[in-house]
Design a protein around this ligand. Structure first.
Ligand code: ZN
Length: 264
């Protein structure tokens, strides 16, 4: 009996510690009804979302590209698919009209820094400048501020996430599906990797600056749709979040983002 009690106490202790690790010290707890798990309500960092339904978010980073992003927008429009673009400020300043078009067509625009540095290695002032300049460029282009940040390479310290969330109001968005398209493995490989890894609640990482990624999209999007997946923006996906059973172990994939190499 005492052993059992010890076990229960130990388990309770574990449960109280684990969410803190995962949620990056989450200061705000908008829906703290259930025990928090990875990428859950109280968290400010998300790599996938627990949802009741076949919802996924396609995300495209490092653009806009003058040549490729319009092609991608055409592909998405033809399929009535909404995606999320994590844009680089420098590129927004060069091609604001493409960002404006994306926003007008219902896509979400997120901050991906001004010049794609490793923010984890920068001073707070340096990070602040990277984010603010990009925030300003996006606001100029689309008339609204972004609410999401994807740090380049997925790299950002827990303390940084906290102050950035407090200061800019950003949620930090990672991913759970990474086809490594930046290595340009060919469109078929990109498609196959995405098809293999995507599940309900997935945040799929890709880049709209590589021709092979754009080539992979018609088949990828069509196959995902055939499997019954429904495409939403990242903020919509977060809005669809449902409580996860506290007993469930950290879902596969939710931890991959922070441990992967600098694919982003
Ligand atoms: Zn990037």
């Amino acid at each position: 009996m005492s052993k059992f009690r010890l076990f229960v106490l130990g388990l309770a202790g574990l449960l109280s510690i684990v969410p803190v690790c995962w949620s990056d010290t989450a200061p705000k707890q908008p829906s703290a009804k259930a025990t928090p798990g990875p990428a859950r309500g109280p968290s400010i960092t998300f790599s996938w979302i627990h949802v009741d339904g076949p919802y996924i978010a396609m995300t495209f980073d490092d653009g806009p590209s003058a040549k490729l992003t319009p092609k991608l927008l055409d592909l998405l429009a033809a399929r009535h698919i909404k995606a999320t673009f994590f844009v680089i400020g420098e590129n927004v300043a060069e091609n604001p009209e493409i960002v404006a078009r994306a926003a007008k067509e219902g896509h979400e625009i997120g901050n991906h820094s001004w010049s794609h540095p490793n923010l984890a290695r920068m001073s707070d002032d340096g990070v602040r400048a990277q984010l603010q300049k990009t925030d300003d460029a996006i606001r100029t282009a689309i008339g609204a501020r972004p609410t999401l940040l994807r740090p380049p390479y997925g790299n950002l310290g827990a303390r940084q996430k906290k102050w950035i969330n407090e200061e800019f109001g950003y949620k930090i968005i990672l991913w759970d599906v990474d086809p490594n398209d930046w290595k340009r493995p060919g469109p078929m490989v990109v498609t196959n990797r995405i098809m293999k890894e995507t599940r309900a609640g997935s945040i799929v990482l890709s880049h709209d600056i590589h021709p092979g990624t754009i080539e992979a999209m018609p088949s990828t999007l069509d196959q995902l749709a055939e499997k019954g997946f429904k495409f939403v923006t990242v903020s919509e996906l977060i809005g669809l979040e449902t409580p996860e059973s506290p007993k469930k172990s950290p879902a596969t994939g939710s931890g991959t983002a922070t441990s992967t190499t600098n694919s982003e």
